[in-house]
Ligand binder design. Structure first.
Ligand SMILES: [Zn+2]
Length: 493
């Protein structure tokens, strides 16, 4: 069966659990720093290493950030709740339990609206809760970096205890063939909302935002099927691919009369399908109980009201406002948002480029490069200020389009700002009339037949001479100037 055929027979139900690593200066329950990329095991202390007798104290900034995320997702904020111990045994978790939340989450009952193909879908948010991250295990000596074949395993506890917020949707039925696209649109919108709050850098490729995708299939009118959970899907594109491939895999099994088992699966970036992981624990396996070492969280309603009043403009409202400012269609704005280019274009305009000029570079040449290198647009190697400077050189007639692309290539390669690259690579448009006139005269002398035609009034034939001049100047002449010069040298204008 093709994907479309599968969805005439089965109905998918999806659900998403997203972990966001907060950008607090210190960890959630101790004063250790959270700098990314520090020497292993240098940002640790008795609390986050769980040495005997160490006692945790909650980080107010972590609680505040979680409440702000909850408010931005239209949630109710608990007036009183507790942290809970989630018991499981992992070498990269020093306490051998995770301080998390269970039946008393900080935020509940919210929603996010997303637009796909011009239609709005409301994704219900079941809960937003606060927990801590684990450390990292590195398996060495093997070929694959996995534990299989490794000779030793090293543990880095720098990440252990960094605050994580988990955002869990309600199950979303009724999306049909659009389920993968809507899942991706939801994660993109969530990322934009969290980024607008300034509480996390939400970089999926660095793991500060990670997504687990639940998928099940059922026949129309029947109960929801058994779901699988695809873990740690690390890009927007992978969210879409993971849902689609899991729908296809499950349909294949169900069609042969097989059963779906509740399990975690791992998304394979290379093939786009999922592989089985461990069979899924249920809540009882974790033996949750209220954390006895921390006081309950009881945010003052007046404080919550202040946080609510200070929320930034919603990304969706901002997009609507910018769309009018930039004078583009809703579909074009949607592609800008999907490419993660809204802020980049906004900053490029603020640095002096026109909306059309800014959008052209980010959505054209730079988007193509980002796609080729499989990186986010923001990580492609050019800054908004550089793109604005490039466009100014074009506007000033110092670069034509082709030369500008060449300069941009140098900027992305780290050769410097556009003006420097233009000079270093010798790419400035030739405006020196003496040099151009010599090139024009040479082209006329080499093509007497064409020159005669032009003298007889067949001005359209000038194109061939323009081409010849552009070739000798290696594309560095302005085509219109060349054309005018040819006509004037031949006495036609
Ligand atoms: Zn610590």
């Amino acid at each position: 069966m093709t994907y479309d055929e599968i969805l005439t027979k089965y109905e998918p139900v999806i659900g998403l659990e997203t972990h966001v690593e907060l950008g607090t200066r210190t960890k959630m329950f101790c004063g250790c720093k959270t700098d990314f990329g520090a020497e292993p095991n240098t940002q640790v202390c008795p609390v986050c290493l769980a040495l005997p007798g160490a006692l945790p104290v909650a980080n107010r900034a972590g609680i505040e950030a979680t409440i702000r995320i909850g408010l931005a997702l239209n949630c109710d904020i608990a007036e009183w709740c507790r942290m809970a111990r989630k018991n499981y045994f992992y070498p990269d978790m020093p306490k051998n339990f995770q301080t998390s939340q269970y039946d008393e989450p900080l935020c509940t009952e919210g929603y996010v609206d997303v637009t796909v193909d011009g239609k709005e879908y409301r994704i219900g948010i079941e809960r937003v809760h606060l927990e801590e991250d684990t450390g990292k295990t590195l398996h060495v000596g093997g070929a694959t970096g996995r534990i299989h074949g490794a000779t030793e395993s090293l543990v880095d506890y720098n990440r252990a205890g960094i605050p994580l917020v988990e955002i869990v949707t309600k199950p979303v039925p009724g999306l049909g063939t659009l389920a993968p696209e809507i899942a991706k649109a939801y994660v993109a919108e969530l990322r934009d909302i969290v980024r607008s709050l300034g509480v996390s850098d939400v970089r999926m490729e660095q793991g500060s935002m990670r997504c687990d995708v639940n998928t099940s299939l059922n026949l129309p009118g029947e109960e929801w099927g058994t779901r699988t959970e695809t873990k740690n899907v690390n890009s927007l594109r992978s969210v879409e691919r993971a849902v689609r491939s899991e729908i296809i895999r499950q349909a294949g099994i169900l069609d042969e009369g097989g059963k779906i088992f509740q399990e975690t699966r791992h998304f394979q970036e290379t093939t786009g399908d999922t592989r089985p992981g461990r069979s899924k624990e249920t809540a009882t396996d974790y033996r949750y109980f209220p954390e006895p070492d921390l006081v309950p969280i009881a945010p003052d309603p007046a404080w919550v009201a202040t946080l609510r009043d200070s929320l930034p403009e919603k990304p969706s409202s901002k997009r609507a406002r910018l769309r009018l400012d930039w004078g583009i269609s809703e579909i074009d704005m949607q592609s800008v948002a999907n490419a993660g280019a809204v802020e980049l274009i906004e900053e490029t305009i603020a640095a002096g480029a026109s909306p059309a000029g800014a959008r052209k570079w980010w959505m054209g040449e730079l988007a193509r490069r980002a796609n080729e290198q499989d990186v986010d647009l923001a990580a492609v190697g050019a800054t908004p200020a550089q793109v604005a400077a490039l466009q100014k050189l074009v506007d000033a007639g110092k670069l034509n389009d082709k030369l500008a692309r060449n300069v941009l290539e140098g900027v992305v390669a780290g050769e410097g700002d556009p003006a420097d690259v233009m000079i270093k690579r010798g790419l400035e448009v030739v405006n020196d009339t003496g040099a151009l006139t010599a090139a024009v005269d040479e082209a006329i002398a080499a093509n007497p037949d064409i020159a005669a035609k032009i003298r007889d009034g067949k001005v359209a034939a000038a194109g061939a001479l323009v081409g010849a001049v552009m070739k000798t100047t290696r594309g560095q002449a302005d085509a219109k100037t060349v054309r005018d010069l040819i006509l004037s040298r031949l006495g036609v204008s």
